[in-house]
Design a protein around this ligand. Structure first.
Ligand code: ADP
Ligand code: MG
Ligand code: MG
Length: 926
């Protein structure tokens, strides 16, 4: 109690003192910024004037035809909420002054009975923000001014149309006359529909608004007013000043409505930013055939082509274009319809780009053939367009190459590599459900529910592998399939990971799919697809379709991977390679790739990878009949039998490494020794176990027993990584032998080789020491046997917190570190990636985590360990090579982080290489 009293009295004290001070100060504060003939603001005042207001001022400054007006600054919004929803005292007089200025410029007056000034009132935060108040047009009209407008324009229908619109917008937005939960339609629209049905009983509502006469329009206005009175108990305000005050209040009020709050929370926009209010003289696109309204882009936002792109409607006010009531026409048609304004638009297109130096998205109105600009902002664009626009703007000398690098959002770049659906085909298709977009692009194929049948079916056509979830056993099927669709798992599930590495289209976690492996059917709602039926997926947005949809590979893939298209013939490729060249000029950090096969290496190299950052040897064991030898090795109950089986594997591994070294053409390759727990390689169902027993000539019981022996309660933390190599050093010996022999053979053929042998899951320096001993001893043996030598490095993954903490000890033996951020995240967070799907989405929603830590490095937690490891590692080995090979290596914000902590390279899946290169370049230039 005492405390409350204290604060209270403290408050009143300061409140007593404050007014004198703030009143003095407030007089000096400028809250209202004019634009028009006199312009106070400019584009740099975005924080104060909001994006819309700042750019309106800027356009006025550079002489574009902007109707005059003023912006009430975001500081008023802040004041409004800091002072119980009241305004600064001086605001009213500042607004009146600015209205007077407009009146003088235009020779019109607010509320005048001869030439009334009409206004638009619009909200405008720093960035455009859905959830904010809708625009109010035609403010200033009442029963008298509407007649004045009718007389002065000589167009009564137009005047009453404006009035009708104004009551509708103001009634909705300011007075809150909106659809009730019990209603199906907006009440104003309901009245219009009913009215149309009355006056044109035969046409069933299919009436163009232009057919409504003046008298009928008046009646509509009357009914609108009655509705407002009935719903609110208040008369529609007739005083223009009162209307203005109401509208400004509604804009500020909307800053704290639920929709806006939810949006801000989602995108991390602070409430303290506030919104501005833009008040502007109306210009009219609805006076007849020589008027109109539209939106346009200075370049095509889908393709990036330098053409005026957009749409317009004649005889319409702005909101008609986006409302979808009438179908707008392509802006190019203006050339015929209204040639003079079109010419002006083309000139505006040039001026805007020359000045803003970026593609603009703008809104315009034409009143009696005269063009007016109402808004401009940097336009949103696809990845493809972003690349083209950046490159062409450098050519046009609008921007320099460093700016161009920053113009393409790195996470949009893989869009340019993805196959695409034929636009018309997608439009016509029926969407069944949605999953998570895990591998961008488009794929269509016959449904196959297991890997084997997928491989078979792929021989005679396109296949879509549809699974509950995927595992390493499905790899062959995944390779054969056009795309992968799973019902479970997130964007970092096995399916997603492999899909990205192979550049496959993938949608995962499409929970609406009911997959019946026995009946071989996929049910979605009421539809049932049998194996062999066609389904299609869009991995860019997660949509799943029934039936076959036409696709085409991206041109860049056709040039670099398929080599079916000449580079000269593809503009998309040329733009892309230009951008990549600039990235190379800028980048300090290398980008390597995670690859296990010569094809993957070749692809990655074509995309500009400077080597392999992670070659997972275990993936090689699933190919062909190698798995038999692998299983024999695992089932062996003593070293002798294990060595016999390993001998069979040796030539396979040697061949693989030879292929990889060749494809690398002298680039380095980090090869990780066997990592996963052995039970992952064994069959778990009765039938496959019986098959295996037969093949190996052992009893089913013994296979079963060994599988049971290998069972672990928590395999991720179990007998895996270097722990395997320490228990069974013969595995490490075999792998080292294969690597060194392959290296020697390739070196012999005249190609340089740079093997880097990597020991996984090290937590103790001693673990690494033990493995390094085996590696060096084996290498020595091979050198002696062949009478030749090759240089190689030995290093370790840092993927356990302990390894990061004792990195100085480990670096005494390790010649390089590679951060295995997948496991480092799992072990640091104590969170299983594959089980996180059940709670992580909730965590994101509730702001526990700001992003998925398995997709983007948790910089404050995991990142700290990385920094410790970098520092400690360098302290005992100054020139230690540092890289990252987790999935995070392809995530733009993680790449920037890696740049900042001083890594030498990042490594990611082949098709992510361009994205990582771009992100690395962006980190370097900014
Ligand atoms: P949004 O942010 O939703 O685009 P705006 O504030 O840009 O909303 O307004 C929507 C539309 O209202 C504009 O595109 C324009 O056509 C129309 N409009 C706004 N101000 C005026 C004005 N002064 N004269 C005529 N139309 C206007
Ligand atoms: Mg707009
Ligand atoms: Mg690992």
């Amino acid at each position: 109690m005492a405390q409350t009293k204290k604060t209270k009295s403290a408050k009143t004290k300061s409140a007593k003192k404050a007014p004198a001070k703030t009143a003095n100060k407030a007089k000096d504060i400028k809250y209202v910024y004019d634009f028009g003939k006199k312009t106070d603001g400019d584009a740099k005042l975005r924080e104060l004037l909001g994006g819309k207001g700042a750019n309106l001022a800027e356009m006025a400054r550079i002489g574009l035809p902007v109707p005059p007006g003023f912006t009430i600054s975001t500081e008023v919004c802040t004041h409004y909420y800091a002072n119980k929803r009241t305004y600064p005292k001086v605001l009213d007089s500042q607004i009146r002054k600015s209205v007077e200025l407009m009146e003088k410029q235009l020779g019109k007056k607010l509320g005048d009975l001869k030439t009334p000034l009409l206004l638009s009132v619009r909200s405008g935060a720093r960035d455009s923000m859905p959830g904010m108040m809708d625009t109010i047009l035609n403010l200033g009209l009442n029963d008298e001014t509407v007649e004045a407008l009718a007389t002065s324009s000589g167009n009564a229908r137009f005047a009453w149309d404006c009035y009708r619109r104004f009551i509708q917008m103001y009634g909705d937005v300011v007075m809150g006359v909106q659809k009730l939960p019990s209603e199906d339609h907006d009440p104003f629209e309901e009245i219009i529909e009913k009215f149309k049905a009355e006056i044109f009983p035969k046409q069933k509502g299919e009436v163009d608004d232009s057919k409504i006469s003046v008298t009928q329009m008046k009646e509509l206005v009357n009914r609108f007013k009655i509705l407002v009175k009935k719903r609110t108990g208040k008369d529609f305000p007739t005083c223009p000043w009162e209307q203005l005050e109401g509208s400004v209040g509604a804009v500020f009020g909307s800053w704290m409505n639920d929709r806006a709050i939810v949006y801000r929370r989602k995108y991390g926009i602070p409430a303290a930013w506030g919104t501005a209010v833009n008040v502007q003289a109306m210009v009219f696109g609805n006076t007849g055939k020589k008027s109109g309204s539209g939106v346009a882009f200075t370049r095509d936002p889908a393709s990036g082509e330098k053409v005026l792109y957009g749409e317009f409607l004649t005889d319409a006010q702005g909101e008609d274009v986006v409302a979808g009531v009438r179908t707008p026409r392509p802006v190019a048609q203006l050339k015929k319809v209204l040639p003079n304004p079109f010419k002006e638009l083309v000139a505006v297109q040039k001026t805007l780009e020359k000045h803003f130096k970026d593609m603009q998205d703008f809104e315009f109105t034409i009143e009696e053939e005269k063009l007016y600009m109402l808004q401009t902002r940097n336009g949103k664009r696809t990845g493809l367009a972003a690349v083209r626009i950046a490159v062409e703007m450098v050519k046009e000398r609008l921007i320099d190459w460093k700016t161009a690098i920053n113009r393409v959002p790195a996470d949009q770049l893989d869009q340019v590599l993805a196959p695409v659906f034929d636009a018309a085909a997608q439009k016509a298709a029926d969407t069944l459900c949605k999953g998570l977009p895990a591998g961008p692009g488009a794929a269509s194929g016959r449904v196959c529910l297991n890997a084997e049948r997928a491989v078979e079916a792929a021989k005679s056509g396109k296949v879509l592998l549809v699974r509950q979830e995927t595992s390493p056993e499905d790899l062959r099927g995944m390779i054969a399939a056009e795309g992968i669709l799973t019902a479970r798992g997130g964007v970092s599930s096995h399916a997603a990971l492999v899909a990205r590495q192979m550049g496959k289209v993938c949608v995962c976690g499409a929970a609406a799919l009911e997959i019946d492996y026995k009946a071989r059917t996929v049910k979605v709602g009421k539809k049932t697809f049998k194996e062999g039926d066609f389904m299609s997926i869009n991995g860019t947005n997660g949509e799943v379709f029934g039936g076959e949809l036409k696709t085409a590979p991206s041109e860049i893939i056709q040039v670099l991977v398929d080599k079916k298209l000449s580079p000269k013939k593809s503009r998309a490729y040329q733009n892309f390679s230009k951008l990549m060249k600039w990235c190379e000029q800028a980048t300090k950090m290398d980008v390597r790739t995670n690859a296990d096969s010569p094809t993957q290496v070749a692809n990655a190299v074509a995309f500009g990878a400077s080597g392999i950052g992670l070659c997972r040897t275990e993936h090689m064991f699933f190919e062909g009949n190698r798995i038999d030898a692998m299983r024999q090795m695992i089932l062996a109950d003593d070293e002798k039998n294990r060595r016999t089986a390993l001998k069979k594997l040796l030539p396979f591994q040697r061949k693989d490494f030879t292929g990889i070294f060749k494809a690398l053409e002298g680039r380095p390759a980090t090869i990780r020794l066997l990592d996963p727990p052995l039970h992952e390689f064994l069959p778990h169902d009765q039938n496959s176990q019986r098959d295996l027993a037969k093949k190996l000539g052992v009893s089913l019981a013994s296979v079963k027993r060994r599988v049971e022996d290998l069972h672990e309660f928590n395999p991720m933390l179990g007998h895996r990584g270097c722990r395997l190599g320490i228990s069974y050093s013969e595995i490490t010996e075999m792998q080292t032998q294969a690597i060194i022999e392959a290296a020697l053979a390739v070196q012999e053929s005249g190609i340089e080789v740079k093997p880097e042998i990597m020991v996984p899951l090290v937590g103790f320096a001693k673990e690494l020491e033990l493995q390094v001993e085996v590696i060096h001893a084996t290498a020595k043996k091979v050198f002696a046997a062949k009478g030749k030598k090759v240089k190689y490095l030995v290093g370790t993954m840092i993927e356990i917190p302990r390894a990061a903490l004792v990195a100085d000890e480990i670096a005494k033996t390790a010649q390089f570190f590679s951060f295995g951020t997948n496991d480092l995240t799992q072990t640091t967070l104590g969170m299983s990636r594959d089980d996180s799907g059940s709670f992580l989405p909730n965590y994101t929603e509730m702001d526990v985590v700001s992003a998925n830590p398995f997709a983007s490095v948790d910089q404050t937690g995991v990142g700290q360990l990385m920094e410790i490891a970098v520092k400690k590692g360098k302290s005992s080995r100054r020139g230690i090579k540092l890289g990252i090979c987790g999935e995070h290596g392809g995530d733009p914000s993680s790449v920037v982080f890696c740049h900042n902590i001083g890594l030498n390279y990042v490594s990611c899946s082949p098709f992510r290489v361009p994205t990582a290169r771009l992100a690395a370049a962006q980190a370097a230039v900014s």
